[in-house]
Write a protein that binds this ligand. Structure first.
Ligand code: BGC
Length: 889
């Protein structure tokens, strides 16, 4: 057994050293073999599997056809590209026009640097509706009042006689849904479809239901939830008054293809029936209530008697823009066992998950019919050890006591063990206090937590010799994911709002750790939906209308420019920048209209600071500059020469204005020289080159005077560590990042945090959510400064990697791995008796520009071969793909 394993490994090594660059990981629109593709010319991408030194693609060719077997024999081809001499691994389809519902197979051949050709295993993509006119169903609802609380069921039975080849369910919903076919729940996604501005863009989801459909009688069942479409809870953002608000509605086409080549579509229409379900209340914001006594066994089965159910009503489509949801869905990603349960009395139990999450709990319980159980979810316990909501219910404005915050209600039917898990709500919590109106017996196993979020593939991993550092990274990722539900949010409990500022600040942390492009592309479409004709954006996206006049200055809503730019840097894909170009331009013009001579005071400034707050005009004008710069760069990429010149000049004018007002040239200080005042101009490229060293030295001095502790708010957390480590003070940045007393990230960790907080003091009195991502830039800084991994704007998508690790004083070992669009990169170092051992793996088809800052007299070697022997301040080398073992001593 063991010998054969070794033999296989040896064979694999041999094959891989032969250097055949095999294309792998085929993606369409960044998803594996997606169905329901609505992009007429989808993007195709791949990676190279080749660990040989210098592995690169010199050319590629793509075949797309409708016949998987005939693909390489030239049968049924819709597109054959020419052999394209390029190292690019992303190509937009340019074949014959794609047809709705059709399945396409594709492959790519690549020629490696040795000229050898290798062809990928076949991938596929299947088109969706493509055009609104392809929908056959009608939008239906139960026609009941918008304020009615119970969620509606819908059903239809139908027969199938011919032999089924395949079947797809296309379901567009304003609200949320669960779909059933013959009693089986379809898919494991949660809270679908994602939240959009329903009156501008409504999403549909495609399911492969071939396996659930049967010959003979079938039944489709649909349960609709309110989601953000029918926000019945009342809070300060007025979602209960959203212009789109209505009773949930949906449209469904079940398209069945038969083996005889014909198709039939079962569709929503007047022949569907509806009734109320046991989900007696559901609010995405607060909780869900369920009365098990109202269950109707078999409601989704073919032979169910629905004669007492009511007829459905027709509804107008919520928007005329119904598009496919092509994203990684929200799921119950982790199941979390209870860490500790305390019985408070016969009717009350307290469960502790041991960590803070976004998601739901499920409860299994026995009890008499009519027993009413409340599950109160909190992040905190009060002095009596009971669930405490006081840090998160502050913006909730209940009108009565029927909709308690983060509190599910479960009414038992009294037939043995029963279970409940909300379908249309999620919460932010660590503790669940379960209270019943009659004694119940529970154990720690009665309750489970489910960490829910957009289920993105994991790209990055960080590990170091400092456990606190690793825990901060873990907490930052927990908060990032807790705040990702098809759009980025500020916190999963108090608000669930798509705060623009929090999201652009956290976007790099997201992109180093997770494959976020599908979520960001969707959220930027939300931006385009929300932008006023005059260019103004709201501070929360999507919005019911709130936020067009508060909090929406450039320091927050620059998400419009910064996120498309980061996507370009991380994926090397210009599509989002192109899609958003006119919006970014209108946005920059909107800031210009609100500024005088290059400066603007529009914004909130350095939010929730430790103590000092930089002038709003300084920070907002820096974001104005950043947007104008991104716009100019995008104009250049998209060949818009006049715009390029115009916005380059505007950016220059803003920079000059900022420096004229805030920079003391003699001293090299901005404003009063606080941490944000110095680090923001350094990080965002405002400081004249000749003064950078001086400003950085002043920043270092300031940080030392602040006892190497943070004195920043949201905007400063983005810049402080980067400005230090990018300008010669990496040791100081590390010292600051690794602090464990107030104010620091480590201080939260030392106090038991498993997520990031909204405020620096753990006993602050306001802004005290315990699961905020806004201070999360540190999660990206690990990769950028310690791992030294940055995208190269000149060769984005990590085709060339800028690699400049800092072997900081006080840290013995650090390792970052990151799956770039080209493949996995490793940057890993440890300090040993030999010196600093630095291991690098540059993925196939990438290169890296390595720069190592050296101490006087240090030598550098790779795998024993000396590269630097004389005294040098730094060492640079252009690395080809492959592995390196550097020794610096
Ligand atoms: C949110 C923040 C947000 C801020 C802006 C808060 O209520 O939770 O994260 O950025 O408001 O003012």
């Amino acid at each position: 057994m063991r010998t054969s394993f070794i033999a296989t490994c040896a064979w694999l090594v041999l094959v891989s050293t032969l250097g055949v660059a095999k294309p792998i990981n085929l993606r369409c629109e960044y998803l594996i073999n997606p169905i329901g593709v609505d992009v007429a010319a989808p993007r195709l991408s791949w990676q190279l599997d080749d660990s040989s030194q210098g592995a690169a693609q010199i050319a590629y060719q793509i075949w797309v056809g409708t016949d998987s077997l005939g693909l390489l024999q030239g049968k049924g081809l819709e597109w054959t590209s020419s052999k394209i001499s390029s190292n690019q691994t992303l190509q937009t389809y340019t074949g014959k026009p794609t047809q709705a519902f059709r399945k396409y197979f594709w492959t790519v051949a690549v020629w490696g640097s040795d000229g050898q050709k290798s062809t990928a295993n076949i991938g596929s993509f299947e088109m969706g509706m493509l055009q609104a006119s392809n929908w056959q169903g009608s939008w239906i609802s139960d026609g009941r009042d918008v304020n009615l609380k119970p969620a509606p069921y819908f059903r239809k039975a139908f027969g199938v006689t011919k032999k089924i080849k395949s079947a797809r369910a296309y379901i567009a919903v304003a609200g949320l849904y669960e779909l059933y076919l013959n009693g089986q729940r379809i898919g494991n996604q949660r809270l679908d479809p994602m939240y959009t501005r329903f009156d501008r863009r409504t999403l549909y989801v495609t399911h492969d239901v071939t396996a659930q459909l049967q010959n003979g009688q079938n039944a489709i069942g649909v349960l609709l939830g309110n989601g953000w479409y029918n926000h019945q809870s009342t809070a300060v953002w007025f979602f209960h008054e959203a212009p789109w608000r209505n009773r949930p509605t949906f449209c469904l086409d079940l398209r069945i293809a038969f083996t005889d080549g014909t198709t039939e579509t079962i569709r929503t229409g007047k022949d569907w029936k509806t009734d109320l379900s046991p989900v007696i209340f559901n609010s995405i914001y607060t909780a869900e209530h369920y009365d098990a006594r109202l269950e109707q066994a078999g409601w989704h089965l073919p032979n169910f008697d629905d004669s007492k159910w009511k007829e459905v009503t027709f509804r107008a489509a919520p928007s005329t823009n119904v598009v496919s949801q092509l994203m990684h869905p929200i799921r119950d990603v982790e199941e979390i066992a209870v860490k500790k349960m305390s019985k408070i009395n016969d009717t009350t139990y307290l469960f502790d998950l041991g960590r803070n999450i976004s998601g739901v709990s499920s409860l299994k319980v026995n009890g008499a019919s009519g027993t009413r159980i409340r599950l109160k979810h909190s992040e905190l316990l009060n002095e009596q050890g009971r669930a405490d909501l006081s840090n998160i219910d502050v913006h909730y404005r209940p009108t009565d006591d029927s909709d308690p915050f983060q509190t599910d209600i479960f009414i038992l039917k009294g037939e043995g063990e029963e279970s409940f898990k909300p379908r249309f709500n999620y919460k932010g919590f660590q503790y669940v206090e379960v209270t019943a109106n009659r004694p119940i017996a529970l154990t720690a196993a009665s309750l489970k937590g489910y960490f829910m979020h957009s289920d993105l593939p994991v790209l990055g991993q960080v590990q170091s010799s400092n456990p606190t550092l690793d825990k901060i990274w873990y907490a930052a990722n927990n908060s990032y994911l807790s705040n990702l539900f098809g759009y980025p949010t500020d916190c999963p409990q108090r608000e669930k709002n798509g705060w623009t500022g929090d999201a652009h600040i956290a976007s790099e942390t997201g992109l180093y750790n997770f494959d976020g492009i599908t979520v960001y592309e969707k959220w930027l479409a939300d931006h385009r939906d929300e932008q006023q004709p005059n260019g103004v954006l709201p501070s929360i996206i999507p919005t019911s209308g709130w936020g067009y006049e508060w909090g929406n200055g450039p320091d927050w809503t620059s998400s419009m420019a910064i996120i498309p730019w980061n996507i370009y840097l991380f994926y090397g894909d210009t599509k989002l920048l192109g899609d958003c170009y006119d919006n970014i331009k209108r946005y920059v013009e909107a800031i210009t209209a609100r500024s005088s001579n290059g400066l603007t005071t529009w914004g909130l400034g350095d939010w929730v600071p430790v103590k000092s707050k930089a002038p709003v005009e300084l920070t907002s004008s820096i974001y104005y500059f950043t947007d104008a710069t991104i716009l100019a760069k995008a104009a250049k990429l998209l060949n818009k020469t006049a715009d390029y010149e115009k916005y380059t000049a505007l950016a220059q004018q803003i920079k000059t204005a900022i420096n004229a007002k805030y920079l003391n040239v003699e001293k090299g200080i901005y404003g009063n020289g606080t941490q944000t005042e110095l680090s923001a101009p350094l990080h965002w490229g405002i400081v004249p080159p000749e003064l950078k060293a001086k400003v950085a030295a002043n920043l270092a001095q300031r940080v030392k005077a602040d006892n190497v502790h943070l004195d920043v708010g949201l905007l400063g957390t983005k810049t402080i560590l980067n400005a230090l480590s990018d300008n010669g003070y990496a040791d100081l940045a590390y010292q600051m990042a690794a602090q464990e007393d107030f104010p620091s990230w480590g201080w939260w960790i030392k106090n038991g945090a498993t997520t990031l907080y909204e405020n620096w003091p753990i006993d602050a009195k306001s802004d005290i959510s315990m699961n905020h991502i806004m201070f999360g830039e540190i999660g990206a800084w690990y990769y950028k400064a310690l791992g030294g991994i940055k995208p190269d704007p000149g060769s984005p998508g990590f085709r060339n990697i800028l690699l400049q690790p800092h072997f900081v004083a006080g840290l013995e070992q650090f390792s970052a791995s990151f799956k770039t669009p080209q493949g996995e990169l490793l940057s890993s170092w440890k300090k040993t008796a030999k010196g600093i051992e630095y291991e690098v793996i540059v993925p196939a088809n990438s290169t890296a520009t390595l720069r190592l800052d050296l101490e006087i007299g240090q030598k550098v070697s790779n795998k024993g071969q000396i590269l630097v022997s004389e005294s040098k301040k730094y060492f640079t080398k252009q690395l080809k793909a492959g592995s390196y073992d550097f020794l610096i001593k």
